[in-house]
Ligand binder design. Structure first.
Ligand code: ADP
Ligand code: MG
Length: 614
């Protein structure tokens, strides 16, 4: 086994490692650190949770020139990450590893945060910037991020950046870095577009690949429950009654569902918070802090909001709604079994989702075993022993003299058996909630199917085989087809560049709110104050309604067929926005529209999503 101190890291960095308590380098760290210290370019491939952050951060901090005048000469290192959560997390890790480096400054920069703070920090001078591609581009364009002395560039989770449509942005940034910089590219997988970027920008890179199934995967045990008989919420609480957990993250498909399920769990006595992309960043961070500090044990999250989340005490991942694709599954379960801990992953699978289960097993080459729900008896046995444990705790830990006196008085006065008195008090403690659960008669089942959420409708919003191609004759939309021959139609949503929207926002909102698999989301064109997106022509009315209500970047989507009038604003407390007046934007809009009609492509940014399953 290798040691950190044989790898050539700087003394203050080694000291910090002792402080954070890492004993031995992980395989990816042992392999990459010497290469990066030598200044070579590198392609590193390893699963999530294998310690890639330290693999690049430790050599970076060991070679960084702290005497350089970063205020006037620009930053020394740039790390690009796909999401702001990751940017923050990686920046925090750098800060930790740099604990003994005097005057070291690292700054996360990401969209959605005001520029003021970022500009102030940049002006004061920072050594390392960790940022999302969009915001980094903005700063380069504004001249507020100086890369002229850049020594090292890291692309973290490159495949994720590709998946989110950032690859052009990444290339744009790469092409603006000085020639003599070192590049480290980290990715869990190596799809061809990433390879191409590597070939184009990396200089004779060393390739290091750590085989899967070494670190995390085997420490996560995976089970599934075939949804039947009980509603998923009842199944979940039943599992939680007998499972030994520390913290649990529960994944659902939509943002609405995160808050709905979280409220329901709270109502059942589980301290829970929702985590989704609509919740302001500072609130999200607070929720994660609470989870870390054991103030809450449950978080209900969407994929986007939980990506890269690193909270070692997460013992269980529950896939309440099955993920959209295999990569999401791998990312989700990677939230547990961190840093050598073991983890449990539980997946709820309905009958018509069974093929997804098989696909996941096939791709991950791991068996997901079937689980039975704990029986009524098992749950009640647990409840019985927990109740007894509460009595013992109270007897051991509380001053009971006063109560003992009152109870003795009662016993003498009414000549009652002490066990009866204790039973009456227990009844008072338990309140309305029955101590034991009853076997549930099957016909009572519908009463529990009271979710207004979308999980029940899932799959119905869009049928793969259109029954009849409905093309409204007055529609100005051109008939389109996507790769798989699905009839597509162009829609318009009322957010655009002016609102800092990215394709990722649009895809996320539509996939979440319309419960639509992102592979059915076609070309996206972002304009100044609106965006067009190609969607299946036979999108259901419910899906349309959900989309009309959805908000992105502080704006109502107000989706409608491209070229038709936008739906009237609902009473949402905001004045209806003045639409295309005689402003510059209006002229642009008209210009774009007429170009479009002429079959011209005035596209500012294009994005074609490929099918992800299989
Ligand atoms: P990845 O980027 O590969 O998904 P991270 O860099 O987020 O993985 O690391 C996963 C977890 O492992 C983090 O909690 C990190 O602090 C911890 N970790 C990293 N390296 C080591 C090590 N050598 N020893 C112990 N824990 C480590
Ligand atoms: Mg990582």
């Amino acid at each position: 086994m290798s040691e950190f101190n044989t790898l050539g890291l700087a003394a203050p960095v080694l000291e910090a490692l002792t402080k954070v308590g890492y004993e031995t380098p992980s395989p990816i760290q042992a392999a990459t650190i010497p290469v990066l210290l030598e200044g070579q370019d590198l392609i590193g491939q390893a699963q999530t949770g294998t310690g890639k952050t330290a693999a690049f951060a430790l050599p970076m901090l060991s070679t960084i020139d702290l005497k350089a005048n970063v205020r006037t000469e620009g930053i020394s290192a740039l790390i690009l990450t796909p999401t702001r959560e990751l940017a923050i997390q990686v920046a925090e890790a750098c800060q930790k590893y740099a604990h003994f480096l005097p005057n070291f400054h690292v700054l996360p920069i990401y969209g959605g945060q005001g520029y003021d703070h970022q500009l102030r920090q940049l002006r004061r001078g920072v050594h390392v910037v960790v940022g999302t591609p969009g915001r980094v581009m903005d700063h380069i364009r504004r001249g507020t991020l100086n890369l002229s002395r850049l020594q090292m560039l890291v692309l973290d989770e490159a495949d994720e950046m590709l998946r989110m449509g950032f690859i052009d942005d990444v290339e744009w940034i790469l092409s603006r870095t000085p020639e003599e910089r070192q590049i480290a590219l980290f990715s869990a997988t190596m799809p061809p577009p990433i390879r191409k970027v590597a070939q184009r920008y990396l200089n004779n890179p060393q390739e290091i690949k750590i085989k899967a199934k070494t670190e995390t995967a085997t420490t996560i045990s995976q089970r599934y429950w075939q949804v039947s008989g009980l509603h998923k919420l009842d199944a979940l609480t039943r599992i939680l009654e007998v499972e030994e957990f520390d913290a649990v993250i529960i994944f659902v498909r939509t943002k609405t569902m995160t808050t709905e399920l979280s409220e329901r769990l709270n109502a059942r006595g589980y301290d829970c918070e929702a985590l989704n992309g609509d919740i302001p960043q500072n609130l999200r961070e607070r929720t994660i802090e609470k989870l870390k500090a054991k103030k809450i044990d449950f978080v209900v999250a969407t994929d986007v909001a939980a990506r890269g989340l690193d909270v070692p005490r997460i013992s269980h991942v529950v896939n309440y709604d099955i993920p959209q694709d295999i990569e999401s599954y791998v990312h989700r379960i990677g939230r547990t079994g961190r840093a050598g801990n073991t983890g449990e992953a539980i997946l709820f699978v309905s009958n018509r989702e069974r093929h997804l289960l098989r696909a996941i097993e096939k791709h991950t080459r791991q068996k997901i075993t079937s689980m039975q729900l704990p029986s009524t008896d098992a749950v009640n046995e647990q409840r019985r022993s927990r109740f007894k444990a509460r009595i013992t705790e109270t007897l051991d830990g509380k001053d009971l003299d006063l109560f003992e006196q009152v109870v003795s008085e009662y016993q003498e006065e009414f000549e009652t058996d002490p066990a009866r008195i204790a039973a009456a008090l227990a009844y008072l403690v338990q309140g309305e909630t029955p101590l034991f659960i009853k076997d549930q008669p099957r016909r009572a089942r519908r009463e529990h199917d009271d979710f207004k959420g979308k999980s029940e409708r899932q799959g119905k919003n869009f049928e793969r085989e259109p029954r009849r191609k409905k093309q409204r004759p007055d529609s100005k939309a051109r008939p389109l087809k996507d790769d798989s021959g699905v009839e597509m139609k162009r829609f318009q949503v009322q957010v655009g560049y002016d609102h800092e929207v990215t394709p990722r926002h649009i895809v996320g909102a539509i996939a979440n709110e319309a419960n639509l698999d992102s592979r059915y989301i076609g070309q996206i064109e972002i304009h100044d104050d609106f965006t067009t997106v190609d969607l299946p022509a036979n999108l259901s009315p419910e899906a349309m309604k959900d989309l009309q209500k959805a908000w992105v970047c502080g704006r109502r989507l107000a989706i409608h067929v491209y070229g038709e009038a936008a739906p009237a604003a609902k009473a949402d407390g905001r004045p209806p926005k003045k639409k295309y007046g005689n402003s510059k934007k209006a002229k642009n809009f008209k210009k774009n529209k007429s170009k479009q009609a002429a079959g011209d492509q005035p596209l500012k940014r294009q994005r074609k999503r490929k099918p992800k399953l299989d």
